[in-house]
Design a protein around this ligand. Structure first.
Ligand code: PHE
Length: 341
């Protein structure tokens, strides 16, 4: 029996493990449950009692040797595989920079405007860009012969002049008030269209954010404080505002709001055209006719509305001189906003 063990040991020693296959076969042949070493176990009973201890020890030695050989071969093969994989990568090569895009300045500005108003309780509302005459003009108290309806301002659909591209986001005011009764407090960002030649100061497609607050006892004071808060948050805490009376069909009273020029601090420069003030938006108290058009009792409710151009706010804030830069996709321009928060 001991000779058999010695033979097996010799066999194990000489077994060439030179591939993953051979490693598997080796395990199967010697170390598995039905392998040759396990097969020796039943013979212990047949050995004379005084020899059993030596017999057991010899089997153990054989088993340990086989296991060690198996483990060493296994580690060696694993290391070889790792080295092979590493060789495919040259870790000294320079990396290919992963170029991220940047947030567009108009997106950045819109997000900032939304954030300021959301914090004081305004919801964000949305509405259609292709609109009918009622929501864009009539319900907003535009008289039938108002110049804004004329061909040079508005893009109409030729086949149906009742359908047009909205000229302002005020259509969302109407849709919102038709759908929801006061209290209403919302801002409405969106794209608008006007039939204008593209220049440094005008474009036929631009963006607005409109605001609307309708409830009992809403007054001009609420409007002023809300816009004053906005101006300080957007342009800095020392910003002053002033109201100049103006006209919009859908508001009465109406005003345009200027902020103190934050570039020259009111001393006069070419951004504020030496006046110390720059215009940022239009606003007013919602005309009772507009409330009634939407089925809201104008004796019980009052409201204010305001509207601003996102391009204009962005141009002022980042001192951008030409509106066309926003749509030219010149990365030298766009990249400058990479780190602006
Ligand atoms: N809709 C106006 C415009 O496009 C802006 C505005 C909105 C003015 C709300 C007053 C109130 O010029």
């Amino acid at each position: 029996m001991l000779t058999k063990i010695a033979e097996l040991l010799e066999e194990v020693k000489n077994y060439p493990i030179n591939s993953a296959e051979a490693l598997k076969d080796f395990h199967l042949k010697y170390l598995s449950k039905k392998g040759e070493i396990s097969n020796l176990m039943p013979f212990i009973k047949e050995v004379a009692p005084e020899d059993r201890k030596t017999f057991g020890q010899k089997i153990n030695e054989l088993k340990n040797f086989a296991e060690d050989k198996f483990k060493n071969a296994q580690t060696e093969q694993e290391q070889a595989a790792d080295a092979g994989a590493a060789a495919e990568f040259d870790l000294t090569l320079p990396i290919i920079p992963n170029e991220l895009g940047t947030v567009h300045p108009l997106t950045l500005t819109r997000q900032r405007i939304i954030e300021i108003f959301e914090r004081i309780g305004f919801n964000v509302e949305d509405g259609p860009e292709i609109e009918d005459d009622w929501h864009n003009f009539t319900a907003l108290n535009f008289p039938p012969n108002h110049p804004a309806r004329e061909m040079q301002d508005t893009f109409f659909i030729e086949k149906n002049p009742d359908i047009l591209l909205r000229t302002h986001t005020s259509n969302v005011q109407i849709r919102l008030m038709e759908r929801q009764k006061p209290p209403i407090r919302a801002i409405m960002p969106g794209r608008v269209f006007r039939n204008e030649a593209i220049t440094a100061r005008a474009h036929c497609i631009f963006h607005q954010v409109e605001g609307l607050y309708v409830d009992e006892n809403v007054s001009l004071v609420d409007l002023k404080q809300t816009l004053f808060h906005f101006a300080k948050e957007m342009f800095g805490k020392d910003t002053k505002i002033r109201f100049r009376s103006s006209f919009f069909p859908f508001t009465e009273v109406s005003a345009e709001v200027d902020i103190s020029c934050f570039i020259c601090k009111g001393k006069g420069c070419n951004v504020c055209k030496q006046t110390g003030w720059v215009e940022i938006l239009g606003c007013g108290m919602v005309d009772p006719n507009v409330l009634e058009s939407c089925g809201i009792d104008s004796n019980r409710y009052t409201g204010f509305a305001f509207g601003m151009g996102i391009e204009r706010i962005a141009m002022l804030k980042y001192n951008i001189r030409d509106l066309r830069l926003f749509t030219e996709n010149d990365v030298r321009f766009l990249r400058q906003f990479a780190n602006v928060v």
